[in-house]
Ligand binder design. Sequence first.
Ligand code: ZN
Length: 300
Amino acid sequence: MTPARRSVFGGLLLAMAFLASPGYAADPSARPVDGSIAISVDHSAPEQGAIVRVELMGTPSPDNGVIHWKGRSWPMKGCGVGCFEALAGIDLAEAPGRHTLTVMASRGGGALRADVEIEVRERVFPLQAFQVPKEKDVQDPALVRRIEAEAKLFRERYDAPPSLPSWGSPFQPPVPGFVPAHFGARRVINGEPRNPHTGGDMTLPAGVPVHSIADGRVVFSGEQFFGGNELLIDHGGGIFSMYFHLAERAVSEGQAVRRGERIGSVGATGRATGPHLHFGLRVTGARVDPASLPGLVENR
Ligand SMILES: [Zn+2]
């Protein structure tokens, strides 16, 4: 993100003085906030790992929209005259029960606000037990330090001030006929419980071209222990896509990419037992199921 873009968003947040307005229960049908603004969500009771689309419609048109979710604010994307939209992620480990998502908009110097109640439902994830060769397992302290340092590089990207949205719906599958497996699997490796699997895997022949799911900017291009050749792309509005185990990376850090652009190819680098694509998604900080993103998996 350029400093200019960051200051635009910072200014937008500062300009927002909240006016008191009633809260509204989540409902698939739109509810008016002040008679001229309507908020709708497509899931009022999403499962862990799901993505909720939030839409704001107003006449006359609001100047902008922002969602506030799980302690952070994310800019909404324009979707036509008087329309703003955002995607909000439900982390795979989010506590089941009621959570509040706040939608804020400003218009002609005035500010509007509505609270949407989201009832998170528990999802049962599969159990995945397998063995990895000892030398590929995480035992030695130097390796543990390396893995921690590598995870920190990703956290820094997620924690940076949000970029303005460059994503567009529908998203493009990273490979044709994409069907991700094992999202959220609770893992037991060599008999020990480990972190859950936070992406979707698809076994593919090495060399299959991999494409960016939307416009964005490459914020990490490098080699790491688990993911091998990895790419992380920021699509703005809190949406990040990641592509692991690539045979090669065709784009470099800082580069802008377009939806459908070839960014690398399937491989088996890092900790992989064979060629496959590991595709992961972060949406508003949450680890979400790739299959819940519109357009990513065919026939959904
Ligand atoms: Zn994977």
